[in-house]
Write a protein that binds this ligand. Structure first.
Ligand code: C2E
Ligand code: CA
Ligand code: CA
Length: 331
């Protein structure tokens, strides 16, 4: 069925094709109610779509748990948005050679009424929900623009702020145009903003809009960073096709720099950056040993707990004044 349904077909004189996801469940003894079987098939269908679509998934009990987990994450995000609990937290990026601050990455936090600040992982599924992802980015952007405007007014030189964009953001066809309008309305120069995307945005639904959107943003002076580089598809053609200015080496490669494979990957990305005129940021710098290694490999920028965890907007001016901290870990 899957094969037959994905054959191109003619409609109104035009060739079309469609992608099909199928969910199935298998009846076991004692035979279940048809309505239960259909429910399970529906859960499997959801799992098939989550795995990228265009495939068949057969119901397994784990899928129900996963679906419930995701439903909780989505509900939490909706609630956090409604109650205005979403806000950005700013993590410094530094020049490894000079220790000077180059900018910040805005990371989403939400204030739990009793448990305090929460990480984005707890609402992870919301970033894949078309409507919620858009609303979260919108909310983040509002605060980021407000904060940048305040810092500019107060003469606080924060460098730039990077916003994380989800694949779902690009499903809104006017994402880039709206972002530029809001930047303009806030009076924040485009070079103050970076947009971070992972390679998954080039591959999933809406990928056809991504190139155009990134080109519009880039042409206006916003810099584009490719996040978690090396963990996904890391296709070099992406660096050519899309207007990428910055690559961020995923922190998994830094965990053990003695591992020859990790070292080779870091070395390769640094030299790739040099050849293609891209800034390279190493993520997850936690120790002076990692820092020394990165400097010896010629990596220019770093981000990680060694220089500071993400901090609230109110702490940013103080951080800039005192310079990003170097939490020297016990040797
Ligand atoms: P990311 O974009 O790769 O962000 C970096 C993550 O690494 C952050 O986790 C940061 O707190 C953590 N990190 C930074 N330095 C270190 C370090 O030295 N050691 C360790 N172990 N971790 C470090 P966080 O804030 O929990 O964010 C997780 C992910 O959630 C982000 O990964 C990003 O994919 C997503 N995210 C965060 N904020 C947003 C947002 O506003 N929008 C969207 N769409 N996604 C977001
Ligand atoms: Ca990021
Ligand atoms: Ca990252």
């Amino acid at each position: 069925m899957l094969k037959a349904l994905t054959q191109p077909w003619f409609y109104n004189g035009r060739m079309s094709d469609c992608r099909v996801s199928i969910g199935a469940s298998v009846a076991h003894q004692p035979v279940e109610e048809p309505s239960d079987l259909l429910k399970k098939a529906d859960i499997a269908l959801y799992a098939a779509k989550l795995r990228g679509g265009g495939r068949i998934a057969i119901y397994e009990p784990g899928m129900r748990v996963e679906m419930q987990k995701r439903a909780t994450e989505v509900a939490l995000a909706r609630e956090a948005l409604q109650q205005d609990l979403i806000l950005p937290s700013y993590q410094p990026k530094v020049d490894l050679q000079t220790g000077k601050l180059s900018g910040f990455e805005a990371l989403l936090r939400w204030r739990h009424p009793t448990r305090g600040m929460q990480a984005p992982a707890l609402i992870g599924a919301a970033f894949e929900d078309l409507e919620l992802a858009g609303a979260l980015t919108d909310r983040m952007l509002s605060y980021i623009l407000r904060d940048m405007r305040r810092w500019l007014d107060a003469g606080v030189d924060f460098g730039h702020v990077a916003l994380n964009a989800a694949a779902a953001d690009f499903m809104q066809k006017d994402f880039a145009e709206r972002l530029l309008q809001r930047l303009d309305a806030a009076g924040v120069p485009p070079h103050r903003l970076q947009v971070e995307v992972t390679e998954t945005v080039f591959l999933g639904r809406g990928a056809e809009y991504v190139e155009q959107a990134l080109k519009v943003l880039s042409a206006s002076g916003i810099r584009i960073a490719l996040d978690d580089f090396g963990t996904g598809y890391a296709s070099l053609s992406h660096l050519k096709q899309f207007p990428v200015d910055v690559v961020k080496i995923d922190r998994s490669f830094l965990r053990d720099v003695h591992d020859p494979h990790n070292a080779a990957i870091i070395r390769t990305v640094v030299s790739l950056g040099r050849s293609l005129d891209l800034d390279v940021v190493a993520e997850g710098v936690e120790t002076v040993e990692q820092e020394a290694y990165l400097i010896s490999e010629g990596c220019v920028l770093g981000q990680g707990y060694l220089y500071g965890k993400a901090a609230s907007a109110s702490r940013v001016p103080g951080l800039i004044k005192s310079g990003p901290g170097r939490v020297r870990l016990a040797a």
